[in-house]
Write a new protein. Structure first.
Length: 184
């Protein structure tokens, strides 16, 4: 938890992500775009910060330690504020996107998303009818890659634990991780 800037006239943005590097870089970029950024690494810390200083905006990661980012969205909306919320996730799925929007998120973005995309999403009031629809569904190889990344994140980037979870030899997993992500 840290306050990135002390400009009280700037809109307050709550950034909640357990990835320290991503949070540091994103906070710096959002401060440059005029926000007063407060950061949290988990839902409980975010709730305490939001209670002390209700945010105008929130950028919330879906996968957080202990509680889901969806719980924070619900809390922010039930607290009576008009917080505009963007849900970020490295594991995009239709079910979580629908869940986030139903709970009150303004928009939903898949990682990697840059600061400009996040700011645009925070200010967007509706969907974009001009978004192109992928002509083909996601490939099986891409689904495998995303599943491995999800399990790796769940195991806090521990290769051995991830290999055990996937019932895979550790060296096989290391070889697959050394390859670049499969294109959709």
């Amino acid at each position: 938890m840290q306050l990135e800037t002390e400009k009280k006239d700037s809109p307050c943005l709550l950034l909640v992500d357990d990835d320290k590097t991503f949070s540091r870089v994103m906070a710096r970029a959002l401060v440059k775009r005029g926000f007063r950024v407060i950061q949290a690494r988990d839902v409980d810390s975010a709730m305490m910060l939001a209670e002390a200083d209700p945010p105008d905006y929130a950028v919330v990661d879906l996968k957080l330690p202990v509680h889901s980012g969806l719980e924070l969205i619900k809390y922010l909306k039930e607290s009576g504020g008009n917080t505009r919320i963007v849900m970020l996730t490295g594991f995009a799925s239709i079910a979580t996107a629908v869940g986030a929007i139903r709970l009150g998120a303004t928009h939903y973005l898949a990682k990697p998303a840059d600061a400009d995309e996040i700011v645009a999403a925070l200010h967007r009031d509706g969907g974009d009818a001009n978004v192109s629809v992928a002509p083909l569904p996601i490939s099986v190889d891409r689904l495998k890659w995303e599943h491995i990344q999800k399990v790796l994140a769940e195991n806090e980037n521990n290769i051995s634990a991830t290999a055990r979870s996937l019932n895979m030899h550790r060296r096989t997993l290391q070889r697959r991780l050394a390859k670049h992500p499969v294109r959709e």
